[in-house]
Design a protein around this ligand. Structure first.
Ligand code: C2E
Ligand code: CA
Ligand code: CA
Ligand code: CA
Length: 375
């Protein structure tokens, strides 16, 4: 069960969901709460999976309707995994293990999905475990590196800053995308040490470039940690970097779930003198109503939005409206993923003061940035 507004998996909510499930399940089926917000339903069928699929669909349909919890209306969703035990051949543990694997696959696929177990999921899980182990070793032995992507002034195209992006060359496999290993770090408790490494390395390196701003990505797992501000303070002190040159980029996912705590964290971070930017704006939920109260120093328009700027009239208008909104709040806007002159011109016209993308430079080794500054 996924409570998308983060009101928590409080007992009231769990009870309301359980009551709904009880009505839906077939005669003789067993409904159990496995723990937290996870439920299992077991029943006998004729050996086909049609009954399970149909039930899963009914459950997803039921959860589409908002639930009334006291005076609150809560929207919940679910990810469902289905496993079959032909003629009772599997023991209970194995059946639960398989449906659990399938459930995680459903979760990865997006909101409100159902997935049937298939044996390739075991192989996937093994690969994932191996990757996680290698990542742990890489973090401990300092084998991660940082690349720095140029940020330029929208008018002059002069270099004004860089965004630090983590890189991992996995032994025996080659480079792995952060889009693959950051989510794994998030779910395996590695994100804090990874994040700390990135922040420290970026701050140390930034000292060579007194004229540049340095942006560092912060993932929800770091931001969620109440001690995050403390370790930012510690790294700033340890590396003796001017705090105002550091921008922390956060994405909107966590923010929507925990507006209250996000606001407090941002306030404390700004108290340290660092800047805080909203990353990937326009890619997910629209959090427009919230924007003002968070006090962001900058908004970064997501590459997926920028991409279509000169292609589709509707996309162009949406993009224009998004930038206009940010600007009406007096928040400076960066456009990311600029690959063509046309995109650069359009984004500047819309009011972005800062541009980032392959047109101006790919993520580069620190030495290359130093060279650019000396050119
Ligand atoms: P992001 O923060 O949105 O970073 C921008 C991504 O877009 C980078 O991918 C960058 O290489 C890519 N990019 C920039 N300009 C262009 C362009 O013109 N065209 C195209 N096609 N791509 C462009 P990268 O380095 O693979 O990072 C992917 C994501 O992984 C980042 O998205 C960020 O969410 C995450 N990430 C990267 N480094 C870190 C890190 O140190 N910590 C955390 N927490 N997340 C990181
Ligand atoms: Ca959940
Ligand atoms: Ca970013
Ligand atoms: Ca981004």
């Amino acid at each position: 069960v996924n409570d998308s507004y983060g009101h928590g998996t409080g007992d009231q909510l769990i009870r309301a969901v359980a009551a709904g499930l009880k009505v839906l399940i077939p005669q003789g089926a067993v409904l159990a709460r496995i723990g937290g917000d996870e439920f299992a339903i077991a029943f006998l069928s004729d050996g086909e999976n049609a009954a399970a699929l149909q039930l899963a669909e009914q459950i997803l349909d039921f959860l589409v309707e908002p639930l009334e919890i006291g005076r609150r209306v809560v929207v919940v969703g679910a990810s469902i995994g289905i496993a079959m035990s032909p003629a009772g051949a599997l023991d209970r543990e194995e059946l639960v293990r398989r449906s659990d694997l399938a459930m995680y696959k459903a979760k990865e696929a997006g909101r409100a999905r159902m997935t049937l177990y298939d044996p390739s999921m075991d192989a996937d899980r093994q690969q994932r475990n191996a990757l996680e182990l290698d990542l742990r070793i890489a973090i401990e032995s300092g084998d991660l590196t940082l690349a720095y992507q140029p940020l330029v002034d929208a008018g002059t195209h002069a270099l004004t800053g860089v965004e630090a992006l983590v890189r991992w060359n996995r032994p025996g496999h080659g480079p792995v995308s952060p889009e693959v290993f950051i989510p794994i770090a998030e779910t395996s408790g590695l994100i804090e040490s990874l994040g700390l490494f990135v922040l420290r390395k970026a701050c140390e390196t930034a000292k060579q470039w007194p004229e540049l701003n340095v942006s560092v990505n912060v993932s929800p797992g770091q931001f969620r940690n109440p001690a995050f501000t403390d370790y930012v303070r510690y790294v700033l002190k340890q590396t003796e970097i001017e705090a105002s040159r550091i921008t922390l980029e956060i994405t909107e996912g966590y923010m929507i779930q925990n507006p209250q705590r996000t606001r407090q964290s941002i306030e404390r971070l700004k108290g340290l003198g660092v800047k805080v930017a909203l990353d990937d704006f326009g890619s997910g939920f629209s959090s427009i109503g919230y924007l003002r109260q968070f006090g962001f120093d900058r908004i970064k328009i997501d590459r997926s939005l920028v991409m279509g700027v000169n292609e589709d009239k509707r996309q162009r208008e949406m993009l224009q409206a998004t930038v206009a909104l940010a600007r009406s709040l007096d928040i400076p806007v960066t456009a990311e993923g600029i690959e063509t002159e046309g995109q650069a011109v359009a984004m500047r016209l819309f009011g972005c003061d800062c541009l980032q993308g392959y047109l101006f430079g790919k993520p580069l080794a620190a030495e290359r940035i130093t060279e650019m500054l000396n050119e």
